[in-house]
Write a protein that binds this ligand. Structure first.
Ligand code: B12
Ligand code: SF4
Length: 407
């Protein structure tokens, strides 16, 4: 069977450097398909998308709510010509119920071990409207290796720099932070993949730079230690979400190739100041992910927060406007309080205000979003800061000017 997998378009944040990372969901999903399925893949963010071809099935892989409008457009175009459309991925799982009838079939949850059934149904023309594997987690022995060969490698180069490849070593998250959907998706538990399979997969990736996309590495200290020790001999350089704030773990992470981490920063506390200092002391750079519009923030509070980020020498910062995504704790609270202003998927981009802030008007919050980006990057643009970090990592690993000097 010939399947066309499509990753629909989504818009980068206003002010953000406009590069695209290779998508991860579609290549991991592709690895769960039986070999009889012949795959064509199009990432509509980086390649032209034809809608007048005739694959036997279109499979939409949808990560973000903001991809849904394009996904629905694609679905209509193919279904009008009688080509069946199957939709899966994070946004489909989060918005299930709202999407009935908009695709021939929706798949909820994780794909491993479940695709033989779907392929057999597709082959016999009897796709079910819903494949419900929500909160039924597969054995992670069955995961991957991701089918990165279906990606158009040349499409993920920005200003001559090849983007990092994505990989994951675990799923789920024990925590349940207010803006996050992962508790709902992954079931509030930490689910590591077998380490030997992860190491084998990473060793096989022909890219020295990786993004380990796990929700948070700081979930099990013993596992972190084992992971970092196993990664060290592979001599990769990687970025990740937070690492536990323990000296020996930060040291091991650095030795294993950790370049920088994404760290959520919500306030101007000593805890945050110390955490950033600890990363820096261990040679790990930090990109702060900063949510604007929480109930304790007003206009002056956001100004103070930006000053604080500059004062603690953060290497990079990504500002987003708090967004009440479906199935997140904050969604439930704001809905109860009658503070959701819009349900339009196209506005869930994290740079638009879709809820009533407590201490600002929506207009003030949107202005403060622009203020935060402009002020933080006033002396040096995001692109320049990233460029410097990139040169630093090349120098550090002895790969500057294309020369490989290792060992
Ligand atoms: C990695 C990641 C990113 C990467 C994405 C890189 C990339 N190109 O893929 C980056 C860092 C770029 C990113 C950015 C953002 N992200 Co993000 N990200 C994630 C994260 C941590 C992991 C996603 C992932 O790759 N999982 C691993 C893969 C293998 O799992 P999967 O995609 O679910 O695929 C499986 C199944 O769904 C299924 N499947 C997948 N496709 C298909 C298709 C079919 C047909 C079928 C049958 C099955 C199927 O098979 C796979 C294997 O089982 C998730 C959290 C999470 N745990 O989900 C958040 C998450 C997806 N991100 C989120 C958000 C909000 C963002 C941002 C908008 C804001 C932010 N700063 O966090 C930004 C984008 C801002 C912008 N506009 O630029 C939200 C999404 C909310 C929403 N409803 O839209 C999540 C859920 C986190 C959260 N806050 O709750 N993100
Ligand atoms: S924000 Fe990070 S640590 Fe918190 S629940 Fe989401 S993935 Fe887990």
């Amino acid at each position: 069977m010939k399947w066309k997998i499509i990753y629909p378009r989504w818009r980068k944040l206003r002010h953000q450097t406009p590069f695209h990372l290779p998508p991860h969901g579609p290549v991991v999903f592709a690895a769960a398909l039986p070999s009889e399925v012949e795959i064509e893949f199009v990432d509509a963010n980086v390649s032209p998308l034809a809608l007048d071809d005739s694959p036997e099935l279109v499979a939409l892989s949808i990560m973000l709510t903001a991809q849904l409008p394009h996904a629905l457009e694609i679905s209509e175009a193919y279904r009008r010509r009688g080509i069946p459309v199957l939709a899966g991925g994070i946004a489909v799982t989060l918005h299930h119920g709202e999407l009935e009838g908009r695709f021939d079939a929706v798949f909820l949850g994780e794909a491993e071990g479940r695709m033989e059934e779907v392929v057999a149904d597709a082959r016999s023309g009897s796709l079910k409207p819903v494949y419900d594997y929500l909160h039924k987690y597969p054995d992670l022995n069955q995961v991957g290796p991701a089918r990165r060969e279906i990606l158009d490698k040349d499409a993920y180069i920005y200003r001559g720099v090849r983007m990092a490849d994505l990989v994951h070593a675990s799923r789920g998250c024990r925590f349940n932070c207010f803006p996050c959907c992962t508790g709902y998706l992954g079931g509030k538990m930490f689910r590591p993949r077998p380490l030997d399979r992860v190491v084998e997969e990473i060793a096989s990736i022909d890219n020295d730079r990786l993004f380990i996309v796990d929700n948070s590495l700081a979930q099990d200290a013993r596992w972190e230690e084992d992971l970092f020790k196993a990664l060290a001999p592979l001599r990769k350089t990687w970025v990740s979400h937070p690492i536990e704030e323990k000296d020996h773990l930060l040291d091991l992470a650095r030795q294993a190739g950790c370049w920088y981490v994404y760290q959520a920063v919500f306030d101007t506390s000593e805890t945050i100041r110390r955490r950033i200092r600890r990363y820096h002391e261990h040679g790990i750079r930090v990109e702060a992910t900063v949510i604007l519009g929480t109930d304790d923030q007003d206009v002056d509070g956001i100004k103070r927060l930006v000053d604080f980020l500059l004062e603690i020498n953060l290497d990079l910062a990504e500002f987003t406007i708090m967004t009440p995504f479906a199935q997140s704790p904050i969604r439930n609270r704001l809905a109860e309080e009658g503070r959701i202003l819009s349900d339009r998927y196209e506005e869930y981009t994290c740079d638009q205000v879709v809820f009533q802030p407590r201490r600002m008007t929506p207009d003030e919050l949107e202005k403060m979003y622009d203020y935060a980006w402009r002020t933080f990057y006033a002396d040096e643009s995001q692109e320049l800061k990233m460029g410097k970090l990139y040169l630093e990592v090349l120098r550090r690993d002895g790969r500057f000017a294309g020369r490989v000097r290792r060992g």
